[in-house]
Design a protein around this ligand. Structure first.
Ligand code: PLP
Length: 396
């Protein structure tokens, strides 16, 4: 019988929608997939060659739990481009940053301790915190605040039981990016209250305007409390290869993570580790920048199309590959006699009738919106927007 803990969570809806899209495509129905947040570009030759070389060289054993030296060295060096000063021993690698974030919750908080999330949030933070039996406190944001938290509100939300706050910039699902000044204010609150901040920077390469700023780079005090997480899934488009990392100056954090990883995944896949050691050290910035440019173009195109629609409120994306429009103006209206009560109805009708897959905002903690993930080709984006506009124009 399923445990109470397991019953409290749901399968990640991004994978559920992907399964639905694949089933429809198998039936010959052409669907634009704005559902799954995944980079679409081809794997870089350096990564492929190194993976093949690793297989040919019989690389098959477990590595050290924290990851191969060459890889941790490469990640530490890579992070210097964001003014982050980590050494190899401050880095720990795992099978995806998703598992690292969950491990951090287990490593740094006990059941009943508090975690603060901003809503909208990346859906796995929420279910992972439930699995870790943490008390979740939500800081709601909306279009008026540009989906950014108010540091004073963060300060007021922190209690003696609060262990950590998760920051995600560039952000999934809102597409926003915190500016340096905003990060400075958040850092002040974190340092004053001495809680951990997990800074999920998995989309750092997809910062459209200016350079990515890591909160951990601001000063020595925040550096001590920040744990930076990232990985290869988005920057190198190899999500299935499962390679993520955490960086922390706090030895206790790294050793607690090591204990959890050693008893769960053991280590990240060795082939991915070998390939990513080369990726982080050898792939030129201009390669990922090319894709970041395309995603910026996609975001600007979608923003332009959807903001023209009567009643739909959008915040212009500044990074990652997501936009999170408010569609509450359609609630209570009908599409071909079918009532749209909420964002779930909107998204399922858009899939059934408009053949566009998206996700309802409730999955991310905000019921009035829906998420469009646009890490796909520009032509698909143009077609997807056309279909959304046609669909919305038929709502009465
Ligand atoms: N963090 C955010 C905000 C994400 O959107 C994702 C993936 O969608 C991840 C972390 C997990 O990435 P991975 O486990 O592939 O490293």
């Amino acid at each position: 019988m399923e445990s109470i803990r397991s019953k409290k969570i749901t399968s990640s809806s991004t994978f559920v929608i992907n399964k639905k899209v694949n089933e429809l495509r198998k039936k010959g129905i052409d669907v634009i997939n704005f559902g799954l947040g995944e980079s679409h570009f081809k794997i870089h030759k350096i990564i492929k060659d190194e993976a093949i070389k690793a297989i040919k060289n019989d690389k098959r054993r477990y590595t050290r739990v924290e990851g191969a030296d060459t890889l941790r060295d490469a990640i530490a060096k890579y992070l210097t481009k964001y003014n982050l000063r980590y050494g190899k021993n401050d880095i720990i690698v795992d099978a995806g940053s998703k598992h690292i974030i969950f491990s951090l919750m287990l490593a740094l908080a006990d059941p009943g301790d508090e975690i603060i999330l901003q809503a909208p949030y990346w859906l796995s933070y929420y279910d992972q915190a439930k699995l870790a039996q943490l008390k979740i406190k939500i800081l709601k944001t909306n279009e008026e605040s540009n989906f950014k938290i108010d540091p004073d509100e963060l300060d007021k939300t922190i209690t003696k039981k609060t262990r950590m706050f998760i920051l995600n910039s560039p952000n999934n699902p809102a597409g926003i990016v915190y500016k340096k000044k905003e990060l400075e204010k958040i850092a002040e609150v974190i340092v004053d209250n001495r809680i951990y901040i997990i800074s999920d920077e998995i989309y750092s390469e997809f910062t459209y305007y200016g350079k990515h700023v890591s909160i951990a780079s601001l000063n020595e005090e925040i550096e001590k409390l920040a744990i930076v997480t990232g990985g290869a899934s988005k920057s190198y488009a190899i999500g299935g290869w499962r390679l993520g990392f955490a960086a922390s100056k706090d030895k206790e954090v790294v050793s607690a993570l090591e204990k959890i990883i050693s008893n769960t995944t053991s280590c990240a896949p060795i082939i991915s580790q070998m390939a990513c050691a080369k990726a982080f050290s050898k792939i030129n910035d201009s390669y990922v920048k090319k894709w970041a440019k395309l995603y910026k173009k996609n975001g600007e195109y979608i923003y332009k199309c959807l903001s023209k629609l009567d009643g739909m409120k959008c915040v212009k994306p500044e990074g990652a590959y997501y936009i999170f429009p408010n569609i509450s103006c359609f609630f209570g209206k009908k599409y071909k006699n079918k009532l749209i009560k909420n964002a779930e109805d909107f998204c399922s009708l858009l899939l059934e009738e408009g053949r566009v897959a998206t996700l309802p905002g409730g999955d991310f903690g905000i019921k009035e919106n829906f998420r469009i993930a646009y890490g796909i080709s520009h032509n698909e984006v143009i077609e997807g927007c056309k279909r959304i506009v046609d669909f919305v124009n038929k709502i009465r």
